[in-house]
Write a protein that binds this ligand. Sequence first.
Ligand code: ADE
Length: 225
Amino acid sequence: MRIDILTVVPQLLDSPFSASIMQRAQDKKHVQIFVHNIRDYSTAKHKNVDDYQYGGGAGMVMSIEPIASCIDKLTSERTYDQIIFMTPDGEMLDQKTCNSLSLYKNILILCGHYKGIDERIREHYITKEISIGSYVLSGGELAAAVVVDAIVRLIPGVLNDESSALSDSFQDNLLSPPVYTRPPEFKGWRVPDILLSGNTKAIEQWREEKAFERTKERRPDLLND
Ligand code: ADE
């Protein structure tokens, strides 16, 4: 998979992909991530990428030209399955969307900044708009990092044990059951006996019950889906 991210603050995307699972996924060539600085595509004298909004009002708007020129260059080189804009008024990200995005070959993600982007970019280039929650971030970069992390870990081979992505919370619309590791007792707090029993069938059943209980208690909406 290839992911191109367009931003005016590329530094914000330095660390999320340079450690742990994301770095390993790139080392193992499961994914290539390219971060493009929109400013490099500005033809303005001072490399401006924003301007005052028509009609007046506070806040600058990201200009159409540098974004269009960056997208035009990338799309002339390959076909993108989706051109995504990160925005709080997009469709809410969930596991189902992550699963389907993880199957694509090439995706492009545009991060917004300032007051927003010229609407014509959304109308003529963007094929999907994603929000990571009902709150406003300073820009789309951290949201893009969330999307990339959530989809890259689903690419076969990225996680050592493929089944560990399948047993994540939200796959099957269930939250994960509680997990424990050594020691079996700490400050008098004991690990449930069943997990120490060696009875794999009973353990599996216990986990299913706990996953259901937890979902019913914390996210009953998932059970109605
Ligand atoms: N940009 C700013 N806030 C955002 C959000 N909640 N989701 C996606 N992109 C954003």
